[in-house]
Ligand binder design. Structure first.
Ligand SMILES: Cc1cc2nc3c(=O)[nH]c(=O)nc-3n(C[C@H](O)[C@H](O)[C@H](O)COP(=O)(O)OP(=O)(O)OC[C@H]3O[C@@H](n4cnc5c(N)ncnc54)[C@H](O)[C@@H]3O)c2cc1C
Length: 497
């Protein structure tokens, strides 16, 4: 049955993307989107802060408290850039630039940064160069020995195993040191979580698939896929990319001159212009039930209006959806995954011309400590000035902007600056600006078994009383990246036509 009225719960990127695509696919349907916050965009939070330099000059800096850069591999986001006419405000970081090539780790309990070799050549150079050379890095040895040995390890996945943690997977194939250092750091950077809890199949499905393709060896599996065995993309609704895909050739990451909120603002502007769409900011859904007599959903809201809809898309965090349901129509697994919290600290420093406070690069991550040692509260730090300096005025070369990600709220800013100084191996000056934002329960930790639980949930949603007319999407279901969320919104309601 084609929908005549659609309610979308949640106005983060998932809900906004769903509203955009559903309004195009079902122009005759009345679409209402409810968002608890008055501001749309969920965790996307770009703002500009004014700063005054010592000589009295005024300027502004762009600060991100949520997502800050996107990878060009998500076609659904590129499509939005094209359809919403955002390409003129794109800022791209080429793969060849130091900001893309230089990524660092800071090993817990040590001072200074270690560069992660970014190519086979730099890996060899880092291993072969004399210890005194700046290129020498213990990371090179760990990486080289893990990668070189992996193809010779026998198939070691138990036949009944359907999923495991990222840490268990990497330990099995690449050894425990590799898993602790590289795996945990990567998971800190993306999920702000512990790699011992995160499902490898949900978070990094390409690793699991490569192991299968390579008959036990991940490296062999990857080699096979790069020899052209990748299957052609099958999609009944081809992406409308214009020339944006071409613009993204050779790009490592990108953002916009006004930050990631540019995407949210453009979606909101576009949706407000659609006659069949109603955006309600500052209105939360308080209850969701199916009225079996009218075969319509009834959504009670904080504005006391009861919304009725033939179809519903839930794009709110899964525990929030759980709280909306009545006890006699529960949905399974909505509270199975915990959510990580991240404190984001934007720091702006002023340096004399020609000086900097960190090496050119994307930033650094802090891996898990060796067991028995205290974990660092800093998960990593992004060097915004290296990658996205174009977000500031061209003469702002004296400004160094970086963002620290912490697993806990900040207790003392001077202590944080001291720890960052130790990690960077440089005495940081007093910052000109510090902005702290505690993002509480912001990133779902997709625990082992997540994919099976989502299959169970989909199965229940296809049955009575939902009949396939309630779709549950968002970061807690199909993946946390902005690309995953926008893609999920694009796919919403595909079975309703
Ligand atoms: C600090 C941080 C950094 C990140 N960095 C990156 C990055 O660099 N690159 C990247 O790709 N991804 C990044 N991510 C991940 C990505 O930003 C998020 O996964 C994504 O934005 C989630 O979108 P969503 O719409 O699914 O959920 P949310 O953003 O959580 O939106 C849910 C919305 O639902 C609303 N809501 C909740 N309950 C109700 C209710 N009862 N009724 C109505 N509305 C309700 C909320 O107000 C909110 O607006 C980052 C995330 C965080 C937190």
């Amino acid at each position: 049955m084609a929908p005549s009225s659609i309610a979308i719960l949640g106005g983060g990127l998932t809900g906004l993307s769903a509203a955009f695509h559903l309004s195009r696919r079902f122009p005759a349907a009345q679409i209402t989107l409810l968002n608890k916050d008055i501001r749309f965009g969920g965790w996307v939070h770009s703002s500009r802060a004014k700063i005054t330099l010592e000589d009295g000059r005024e300027t502004s800096v762009l600060l991100e408290a949520g997502p800050r850069t996107l990878r060009p591999n998500s076609k659904s986001v590129l499509e939005l850039i094209n359809l919403l006419d955002l390409s003129s405000s794109l800022l791209t970081v080429p793969k060849s630039s130091p900001a893309a090539r230089n990524r660092f780790l800071c090993l817990p309990g040590t001072q200074g940064l270690l560069r992660i070799p970014s190519s086979p050549l730099s890996l060899l150079t880092s291993v072969l160069s004399p210890k005194s050379s700046s290129l020498h890095s213990p990371l090179g040895h760990i990486l080289l020995s893990a990668i070189a040995r992996e193809p010779f390890r026998k198939w070691n996945r138990l036949s009944w195993l359907e999923d495991e943690s990222v840490d268990d997977f990497l330990t099995r194939r690449f050894g425990s040191e590799f898993a602790r250092i590289f795996g945990s750091a990567l998971v800190h950077g993306i999920y702000a979580a512990d790699s011992r809890e995160l499902s490898v199949r949900a978070a990094f499905p390409s690793l699991w698939d490569a192991e299968e393709r390579g008959r036990g060896s991940v490296m062999t599996g990857f080699l096979h896929s790069s020899r052209g065995s990748a299957t052609a993309e099958v999609d009944d609704a081809p992406y409308q990319l214009g020339d944006v895909e071409e613009q993204m050739r050779g790009v490592s990451v990108y953002s916009f001159s006004q930050g990631i909120s540019a995407l949210v603002n453009a979606l909101v502007r576009e949706l407000r212009a659609h006659k069949n769409v109603r955006l309600l900011g500052g209105v939360s859904a308080n209850g969701l039930r199916m009225n079996r007599r009218t075969a319509q959903f009834e959504i009670t809201t904080s504005s006391r209006e009861t919304l009725r809809a033939t179809h519903v898309v839930s794009a709110v965090p899964l525990p929030s959806l759980n709280a909306l349901l009545t006890p006699n129509t529960p949905l399974p697994h909505l509270t199975a995954n915990p959510y990580s919290s991240v404190t984001v600290v934007n720091l702006v420093f002023v340096v004399s011309p020609g000086h900097t406070l960190h090496p050119e690069g994307f930033g650094y991550l802090v891996p898990r400590a060796v067991s028995g040692h205290a974990e660092n509260t800093i998960l990593g730090c992004v060097f915004d000035s290296s990658s996205m300096s174009a977000q500031e005025a061209p003469w702002s070369a004296e400004i160094v902007k970086m963002t620290a990600m912490l697993r806990e709220p900040v207790v003392s800013v001077p202590r944080l600056i001291e720890t960052l100084s130790q990690q960077l191996g440089i005495r940081l000056p007093d910052p000109l600006l510090v902005k702290v934002r505690d993002n509480v329960h912001c990133i779902p930790l997709l625990r082992v078994g997540h994919l099976q639980r989502i299959r169970d949930l989909s199965c229940v949603l296809r049955g009575e009383p939902w009949g396939g007319r309630l779709e549950v999407i968002g970061a807690g279901v199909g993946g946390v990246s902005v690309g995953d969320c926008v893609e999920a919104g694009r796919r919403a309601g595909r079975s309703w036509a």
